[in-house]
Design a protein around this ligand. Structure first.
Ligand code: FAD
Ligand code: DLZ
Ligand code: SF4
Length: 509
């Protein structure tokens, strides 16, 4: 019999490990739209539409390359609803001699793939996913040699491994590894000439998917009215070139900036495509380096961007697999509050939150600082159960798969792993938001006040967070300064701040 090659929804790359060195003529590629994957969390409608449309286009691309593709659509009446169920049916149809598959991107699906050999009594080869620079073995040996797993040192190794932005004698370009200190400029005034991502018009395939998603997932979060994602490799490459030409040069400067009504700024909007397999992250980094070498973009932009991909992206993946399936259950600060309802509607007077959540509902997108310092920071300060925060992020972003979302959310943003990813919690009062955005100017709250009816809620919540977690955080040297400031405050002020926070938190439930 032939080889059966299941290709999952985030493996949309014709060069995928399981497809390489295998004889097309004696193989059947199996692609499956299944209910389980669309509902294991209640994904944003646009995320589902993006993935299913990209899968359908990818099947066509593989066929054009000479593969036989067996494609199971979500509304196929015989659809069993799960990967394992569909592989079972495909085995009946094709009587394969063996299965070849590329490793999955999360523990849940990995367990399924590992069960197939026994369950189907067929040889199953699980190929390592080499769309990543750092193998599991390399990460594990890097981690084994260290007490602290700091991204910065991992990143330097990845620079050496790829040769990206190195001089001929192996030194970092410009003399420094990291130019982050140059990348914290507050936003410029909003103007019409700012770059904006390409709006791809849905073709017939995408329109079919949009109609199906609108009815079948009507009760999931999110709007389809603004759907503008690329759904093919060619389209994703157009967005990549657009980013390199229009936005990269100022990516570094404004990486942390936020502006009312401008969801995208100088960000690339490439993560959904990279994660789904439509774009090659290393080729993208080489293109960025080439723009720098050609004198088209400054070093802080090129280095900052490359660090996000070969540094952060590879590092969080390493952490995810290194820490094991129980990582998702961690809750170092023992936070238990339910996620406030406005995370599903954007309906709050806090302008920064309504902006970040509103654009998430519209576009299944928010950039890094919005995820970290607006929605993430608020949940951290309010003491929301990190598992609920994790599920929300996994649902609402088009780029969210557990391997990348979980360490960013649970670790970096909620400090629920006790400080594996970040050496201190990303907690801040309104002052940071006011410095990096123009949000506070259009807010009903006053960012300068700590107590009273008009006080910005982030302020009292920030001090209340510190006070609440003093036992766990005060010994952290990087928290010494804020705790000194808290201890210096007058007793009455401290009491008023904590009462203010308590009243606000009560009003959330
Ligand atoms: P740009 O700002 O243009 O950055 C370029 C690329 O760098 C991104 O496309 C992405 O591939 C990579 N990158 C940047 N930061 C990170 C990071 N911290 N981890 C991994 N890759 C990174 N990213 C996801 O891809 N999926 C997620 O589910 C996800 N969840 C997140 C949750 C939280 C709480 C936080 C704080 C961050 C999360 N990130 C996630 C990281 C980051 O916010 C997104 O990668 C980025 O906003 C995507 O938009 P962009 O393509 O315009 O990125
Ligand atoms: C996220 C997602 C969704 C919404 N739907 C599908 C699907 O119908 N079929 C599929 O193959 N993959 C889907 N995915 C992506 C998978 O959840 C992803 O491949 C797994 O999480 C493994 O990493
Ligand atoms: Fe957000 Fe506070 Fe600024 Fe309002 S005043 S936008 S709540 S930080």
């Amino acid at each position: 019999g032939p080889f059966l090659i299941p290709v999952l929804g985030d493996q949309l790359d014709p060069d995928l490990a399981a497809l390489r060195h295998i004889d097309k003529a004696h193989s059947i590629v199996l692609m499956m739209e299944v209910a389980d994957e669309t509902t294991y969390v209640r994904h944003h409608k646009a995320k589902i539409a993006f993935i299913l449309s990209a899968m359908r286009h990818h099947a066509d691309r593989l066929r054009a390359l000479g593969w036989t593709v067996d494609y199971v659509a979500l509304d196929d009446p015989a659809n069993s609803g799960s990967f394992s169920g569909e592989v079972a049916r495909a085995i009946d149809r094709h009587k394969p001699a063996a299965i070849h598959v590329t490793e999955a991107g999360e523990w849940r699906v990995r367990a399924m793939l590992e069960s197939w050999e026994l369950r189907f009594d067929l040889p199953v080869t699980i190929h390592e996913d080499d769309r990543f620079l750092c193998t599991h073995a390399e990460f594990d040996s890097w981690a084994a040699a260290r007490k602290q797993l700091r991204m910065e040192f991992f990143y330097r190794d990845m620079r050496r491994k790829t040769g990206l932005l190195l001089t001929e004698d192996g030194q970092p370009e410009g003399g420094q590894w990291n130019y982050d200190a140059d990348n914290r400029k507050p936003p410029p005034a909003r103007d019409l000439l700012m770059p904006r991502p390409i709006r791809f018009q849905p073709d017939a395939v995408t329109q079919d998917v949009l109609a199906m998603v609108a009815t079948r997932f009507a009760d999931h979060i999110g709007s389809l009215d603004h759907f503008q994602f690329a759904v093919t490799h060619e389209e994703a490459m157009r967005q990549q070139r657009h980013f390199l030409d229009e936005a990269l040069s100022r990516f570094g400067d404004y990486q942390d900036a936020m502006l009312t009504g401008e969801p995208f700024l100088w960000h690339s909007i490439l993560s959904p495509y990279i994660n789904a397999g439509l774009l090659d992250p290393l080729a993208l980094c080489r293109a960025v380096e080439q723009r720098y070498r050609a004198g088209k973009v400054p070093l802080n932009a090129a280095e900052g961007f490359i660090r996000q991909i070969i540094g952060w992206r590879e590092y969080v993946r390493g952490i995810y697999w290194h820490e094991g399936p129980d990582y998702a259950q961690r809750n170092a600060l023992r936070a238990t509050r339910a996620l406030p309802g406005f995370y599903w509607t954007g309906d709050t007077d806090m302008h920064c939150l309504s902006q970040a959540i509103g654009q998430t509902i519209d576009h299944a997108y928010a950039h890094h600082i919005q995820r970290l310092m607006i929605t993430g920071n608020f949940a951290l300060l309010a003491g929301v159960d990190p598992h609920q925060v994790h599920i929300w992020y996994l649902e609402v972003y088009a780029d969210a798969y557990e391997w990348v979302e979980l360490p960013n959310t649970l670790g970096m943003s909620q400090f629920a792993d006790g400080g594996l990813l970040g050496s201190k919690p990303y907690a801040s009062s309104g002052a940071y938001i006011n410095r990096m955005s123009n949000y506070c100017g259009s807010c009903r709250y006053d960012v300068k006040q700590r107590v009273g009816r008009d006080a910005c809620p982030f302020n009292a919540l920030y001090w209340d967070f510190l006070a609440r977690n003093q036992r766990k955080l005060a010994s952290n040297p990087r928290m010494a300064l804020p705790y000194r400031n808290w201890d210096k405050m007058l007793e009455d002020d401290r009491t008023a701040i904590r009462e203010q926070a308590a009243r606000f938190l009560d009003s959330l439930d």
